[in-house]
Design a protein around this ligand. Structure first.
Ligand SMILES: [Zn+2]
Length: 239
């Protein structure tokens, strides 16, 4: 009876290991997808910031160009007025006004030419950021496909393992299933062989006398160190 129970436990542990492996296969992928989603958002935000800076610089240039045209128009008008002055005082006043307009116009032209340089730099930054965004977006899409495919493919396999596990559990009494499930909360490989006089779960040594008792299959022994259920290595070959 104990032999049969131990063999069932060992078989369930093998299935639990398989299930665990499937879960681990998925394990990092959902996490990676989320990390890549954050990456895409960050890159998109950086790109948006640069786009706003480009819009700002174009607006600055447009405003400066409009103001520049206003100044040129005014200057032209003042130039015409200068021919119609009645005295030197008026002439000097207009000359002064024209001078100050010329100063402002030089500043504005400096501003306009500065915007071209800034725009060029920003466009270069934008291109780099757009490339990066494209790269992480592609990567995200790949990861999402991978996750979807893997989950879909696993569904069937996982189901089979769970069915097999249930079938085996039905053959065990509750007083064995309960401790098994409790140990499993700590160790996926809940039932392990004694190899070279050691628990193959934690590698703690098992006293030779204990192994001799184990081979009589009268009771189930737990590892004193890790609590896993133990069976003699040769049990796997017993019918
Ligand atoms: Zn152990």
């Amino acid at each position: 009876m104990v032999l049969e129970h131990l063999q069932l436990l060992a078989a369930i542990t093998r299935i639990d290991n398989e299930i665990n492996e499937l879960q681990e296969e998925l394990g990092d992928l959902p996490h990676e997808v989320r990390a890549m989603e954050r990456e895409v958002r960050t890159k998109q935000q950086a790109l948006d910031v640069t786009q706003r800076q480009i819009d700002d610089i174009l607006q600055t240039r447009s405003n400066a160009q409009i103001r520049g045209q206003e100044i040129r128009d005014k200057e032209k008008k003042l130039g015409e007025q200068q021919y119609q002055v009645r005295n030197n005082r008026e002439f000097d006043a207009i000359t002064k006004e024209i001078e100050s307009l010329k100063v402002e116009l030089r500043d504005i032209e400096k501003t306009v030419s500065g915007t071209f340089l800034t725009e060029e730099n920003l466009r270069r930054v934008y291109e780099g950021q757009a490339d990066e965004l494209g790269f992480v977006s592609d990567r995200l899409q790949d990861l999402e496909h991978e996750l979807r495919d893997l989950s879909a493919g696993q569904g069937e396999e996982m189901n089979q393992f769970l069915v097999q596990r249930n079938e085996l559990l039905k053959k065990l009494p509750q007083n064995i299933i309960v401790p098994y499930e409790r140990i499993k909360e700590y160790h996926v490989d809940t039932t392990v062989a004694v190899k070279r006089n050691c628990c193959s779960g934690c590698f703690n040594s098992v006293p030779p006398q204990r192994i001799v008792e184990m081979r009589t299959y009268k009771t189930i022994f737990a590892c004193e160190s890790c609590g896993r259920m133990l069976y003699p290595e040769e049990m796997q070959h017993l019918a």
